[in-house]
Design a protein around this ligand. Sequence first.
Ligand SMILES: NC(=O)c1ccc[n+]([C@@H]2O[C@H](COP(=O)([O-])OP(=O)(O)OC[C@H]3O[C@@H](n4cnc5c(N)ncnc54)[C@H](OP(=O)(O)O)[C@@H]3O)[C@@H](O)[C@H]2O)c1
Length: 349
Amino acid sequence: MSTPTDNATPTDDASPVDYAPLVPGTMTAVTARSYGGPEVLAVEEMPVPSPRPDEVLVAVRASSLNALDWHFLTGTPYLMRAMFGLRRPTRIVRGADVAGVVVAVGDDVARLRVGDAVFGEATGGGCGEFLTVKESHVAAIPDGVSFEAAGATPVAGLTALQGLRTHGRVQPGDRVLVNGAAGGVGTMAVQIAKALGAEVTAVCSTRNVDMARALGADEVLDYTRDDFAVGGARFDVMFDGVGNRHPRDCRSVLRDGGRYIAISGPKANRWIDPLPYLVRARLAFMRSDASFHQFTAAANVDDLTFLGELLASGRLVPQIDRVIGLDGVADGLAEIGTGHARAKIVVVP
Ligand SMILES: NC(=O)c1ccc[n+]([C@@H]2O[C@H](COP(=O)([O-])OP(=O)(O)OC[C@H]3O[C@@H](n4cnc5c(N)ncnc54)[C@H](OP(=O)(O)O)[C@@H]3O)[C@@H](O)[C@H]2O)c1
């Protein structure tokens, strides 16, 4: 593992990168040593991790909170504990998003060097001063893109991009419906669909209508007054970040050959939701002329690089509700847990 030797002052802009801090022995991080609500989170000192051969050590400059972090915090659905720790979480520092500076590299790392500004998705650790992440899960932050914008993007941006481009195969001129347009993923989905050349209808609550319009949505439906399934509008793609409707309603707004992209569903049953909804939807679409697509977003350099280009060109501007420190993570995650967080909450350690 190679480490840096200088300690110049960081700037707020990710470029140019002309510094690399000394790596200390310990760091401050937000930990959850058991499953539970925000009350199990603690801000504590712990050792700085060492990168494995295929990993880099990143000095975190910004991260952001995702619904994903709420699932890891609560260990719900319980089914996921089989993979991430049966009795307690195996990775104790929360936070999947990361933007920061590479300060050490594992022996097999070939593409990245100490001093590179990178952003991407880790299996945890974003809510700490340092984290280790696979080299293949981060990409360079383009010149002119801030750490905060880059740190707000990975999980939500990858989910929106892979849903719309990989699974939805959105083409210029397609009509796209985004349900849940005000959330972390939804605010990215509206902008990415526009960047792909689509005509976008966004669904959100009253307080978020102006934001959805400002993101570029051609039409905005306030779900407290308008029902997207009533009125006869037809779409090529429905990107569903909520999963609150009967699959029949979702099918009814799609043209023949349309694509239903499901990333979520009801969460009433803490054991298995949203699995039953996704199975029901898959079965319903099997008997139709539209297709059902459900996926779990995964980090890769190509998609992150594409997101970086969108950020650099201004076609993707992460909507940052607020910036918090590590001591604000518990409140931020509590808000995510309500299911009505607005856009992105960025964490700067
Ligand atoms: N499959 C994957 O790989 C993947 C990846 C990331 C996220 N997800 C899942 O996708 C979902 C969204 O994630 P996120 O990070 O964007 O969550 P989030 O930031 O917490 O956003 C949730 C949003 O849902 C909106 N919403 C709630 N009820 C609604 C309704 N009836 N109609 C329309 N919008 C409604 C809320 O807006 P209002 O306040 O306006 O209601 C809120 O902004 C979560 O369930 C998450 O677990 C899946």
